[in-house]
Design a protein around this ligand. Structure first.
Ligand code: TRP
Length: 451
């Protein structure tokens, strides 16, 4: 009976579409529109993209399915679900890594999302497009190097995230995603069309689609896999938590594949919106984190109704970031609510505030605190590295070993939603047993400097 009560009290997505859109909203975020383009630029373009696609297919989809399956089966948060499936065993530590990764990732995510919010208002007021294209880099550098202004925007963004999560994500998130994700897609397509039709765009298209494998380093492979986890929201229990709200009748393998395809499609479109324009203006494709805040405003200046598109684009990036940030905050919130019996309100405000405070040094490290480095990285990059290239792969490794080995094949196939003798089911287990753990373990050994 208690189980019946529990299930009644627990929120569920209204519909399959609602769940898919929320999961896509989590996956599609700054990782796709901001980070994917700039790491592609830094690590050599199309050869990097091919490695990335392989990582998504061989490791990303199987691990996402594993997270959905564990969450839906147990209807518990990232830590509790492991405790329920393997009581008394240390697997729940996977969930604790996830909660830690959520703290770190959301702390710097809030900083970058704050930049997007700020650029939305700059675009609205006309200030942004009044800056001559060739001065955009200085303009951006001046903005993030300023101590106060980025902090105010980070505060605003985190406040919105907290307010949404406090209210409970179901109603708001499902509804907003339904409107905003398709709109974001349409806008990206428009930008792609504009970008690829610029004179001199061909070089950028070649950069994306004609691979030069000599440009590929071991580090690039590490970054590709780390980013696959980041972009698909894997390795930290987000998809376990979202999966725990999924109704029984949803086909999880289809859902994991669909979300992964949508996420990857968005990333590729973002690349196509950016690189042709980067090359057309003779800019540096390896410009790093500032790429989207420097290159895109210059593109908008050349478009008819550019201001209108600039406003919508930065607004929608902010919202894409919002739907992702909510999913990140939901991981520790769901855990603290169950573990310490905190109310949603209490958990959200306390955890959201701590995460916000932890983001402040990240923000300052790009300006005033730039001298201070950890292992040669400024604070912002150090936090990103620890979370994206160590904690997320570690979480991914554990979840792959858990579903591949610890649960037992039959049980895993059952919770994954595969029928007897399904070929896809066999491939899934094979990836979880061998491909994912080996590759992810290599990443970990590499990123910790062991190999
Ligand atoms: N996937 C999101 C993006 O690409 C960010 C994100 C949301 C995330 N939830 C996550 C990253 C969980 C890692 C883990 O921007």
């Amino acid at each position: 009976m208690s189980q019946g009560l529990e299930q009644q009290a627990r929120e569920q997505w209204k519909s399959r579409t609602g769940f898919m859109l929320a999961a896509m909203g989590s996956a599609i975020g700054l990782g796709n529109i901001w980070k994917f383009p700039y790491i592609t630029g830094e690590y050599g373009g199309s050869a990097f993209i091919i490695v990335y696609l392989i990582c998504i297919a061989l490791i990303g989809v199987p691990v996402m399915l594993a997270e959905f399956a564990v969450g839906r089966k147990t209807q518990k948060d990232a830590v509790g679900s492991f405790q329920e499936l393997t009581p008394g065993k240390p697997w729940f530590v996977t969930g604790l890594f996830g909660v830690m990764a959520a703290f770190l990732i959301l702390s710097f995510y809030g900083v970058v999302a704050g930049w997007a919010l700020s650029y939305t208002t700059k675009a609205m007021s006309g200030d942004l497009l009044a800056v001559p294209g060739e001065q955009m880099a200085d303009h951006f550098g001046g903005f993030i190097g300023n101590a106060l202004s980025p902090l105010l925007w980070q505060t605003l963004f985190m406040a919105i995230v907290i307010i949404v999560v406090v209210r409970g994500i179901k109603e708001g998130i499902e509804k907003w995603n339904k409107i905003l994700m398709p709109t974001l897609g349409v806008l990206l397509v428009i930008l792609v069309i504009r970008s690829v039709t610029l004179p001199g765009a061909g070089e950028g298209i070649a950069f994306l689609f004609s691979p030069d494998f000599s440009a590929l380093s071991g580090e690039a492979v590490l970054v590709a896999l780390g980013h696959a986890f980041f972009s698909l929201s894997l390795g930290m229990g987000t998809m376990i938590t979202y999966g725990s709200y999924v109704p029984k009748n949803v086909n999880l393998p289809t859902a994991a594949t669909g979300v992964s395809i949508a996420d990857t499609g968005f990333a590729l479109l973002a690349g196509l919106a950016i690189f042709p324009a980067v090359f057309a203006f003779g800019m540096d494709p390896a410009a790093g984190p500032g790429l989207i805040f420097i290159t895109l405003p210059a593109v908008f200046e050349l478009m008819p109704f550019g201001q209108f598109f600039a406003v919508l684009f930065f607004l929608l990036i902010s919202v894409a970031a919002l739907t992702s940030a909510i999913s990140i905050l939901e991981v520790p919130v769901a855990y603290f609510m169950r573990k310490f019996e905190w109310t949603r309100k209490k958990a959200t405000w306390i955890l959201g505030t701590i995460i916000f405070l932890f983001g402040i040094p990240s923000s300052l490290s790009l300006g005033a605190w730039g001298e201070f480095t950890i292992f040669g990285k400024v604070f912002f990059d150090a936090v990103d590295f620890l979370a994206s290239y160590i904690l997320l792969p570690l979480g991914g490794l554990c979840i792959a070993l858990f579903t591949g080995w610890a649960l037992g094949k039959q049980k895993s196939l059952e919770i994954g939603g595969f029928g007897e003798g399904s070929v896809w089911g066999k491939l899934w287990i094979f990836s979880l047993r061998f491909i994912s753990p080996v590759l992810v373990a290599l990443v970990l050994l590499y990123s910790t400097g062991i190999i």
